[in-house]
Design a protein around this ligand. Structure first.
Ligand code: ADP
Length: 256
């Protein structure tokens, strides 16, 4: 049976008096690829921030790898890439290799030296995302799409079981978005890394995702719907303007 790596039970969250998330229950299993979709302001980033342990839910419980969020210490099991990662300017004084290796800082501590093994891990991560030939280049010289691959490599260097990403294709030009997603697909299928991805590119990502969850308060549909069948109650295409395909591990048939 698939192990649950993220478990949200009846999670609600408010900023001051403004309710953002209500009664969300969601289970992500190891090796699954979740696309988290929903209109702007529906709470997608807030939900990721809660899963990352940076915000405390107003009520409900969050478990990561079977442990309560409060006591969960195994942070390197989770890699995070945000939409703002790919914003180094051209003069930024770090090489691609140094940026990736810095993903190990929490393990080695700021003042300790990286071992040979750490350096090998950084190179291996770059190889996985197809950026090893850029290792000695300055990070600021790279395009948005290349920088984002480097940030994925940085997130991979601690050998996580789960990658969480908030709109990682923002700033990547359209022609490179498909190859970016195919790299994510490889990470998921070949390396077994679970992925939770916030995106607006639903037509692209739903071909890869094993599960799609939608957050939508505006249509009186509160919370994440992780039950595939019940998702049929929501015509997502109305808010995206085109048909949406949803893929599920156990129900591979596509629905328009
Ligand atoms: P999404 O990622 O789906 O666009 P967010 O999680 O960023 O949605 O935001 C959900 C709601 O919470 C929005 O109405 C937003 O304005 C509000 N919000 C986000 N961050 C804060 C904050 N730090 N303080 C107060 N309100 C916030």
């Amino acid at each position: 049976m698939t192990k649950t790596i993220i478990q949200l039970d009846d999670v609600s969250f408010s900023y001051d008096h403004s309710i953002v998330l209500e009664h969300i229950s969601l289970q992500v299993g190891e090796g699954e690829f979740w696309a988290l979709i929903g209109p702007n302001g529906s709470g997608k980033s807030t939900l990721l921030t809660i899963i990352l342990g940076l915000l405390k839910p107003s009520s409900g419980s969050v478990k990561l790898f079977g442990e309560n969020l409060e006591s969960f210490k195994d942070r390197e099991r989770i890699g995070f890439v945000s939409q703002k990662s790919n914003s180094f300017n051209s003069g930024f004084p770090a090489t691609v290799f140094e940026v990736v290796r810095s993903g190990l800082t929490s393990k080695v501590g700021l003042l300790k030296r990286y071992s040979k093994k750490d350096e090998q891990k950084a190179l291996e991560s770059l190889r996985i995302v197809g950026m090893d030939s850029f290792a000695t280049q300055s990070i600021g010289q790279l395009s948005g799409g290349q920088q984002q691959r480097v940030f994925i490599a940085r997130a991979l260097v601690g050998e996580p079981d789960l990658l969480i990403m908030d709109e990682p294709t923002v700033g990547i030009d359209q022609q490179n978005v498909a190859s970016f997603y195919s790299m994510l697909n490889k990470l998921n299928r070949e390396h077994g890394i679970a992925i939770v991805l916030v995106t607006h590119e639903i037509d692209l990502v739903t071909d890869l995702a094993t599960h799609v969850a939608c957050l939508n308060r505006t249509m009186h549909f509160h919370g994440v719907q992780s039950d595939y069948n019940k998702m049929d109650e929501v015509d997502i295409s109305k808010w995206y303007g085109h048909p949406v395909r949803r893929v599920h591990q156990h129900a591979p048939e596509v629905q328009e």
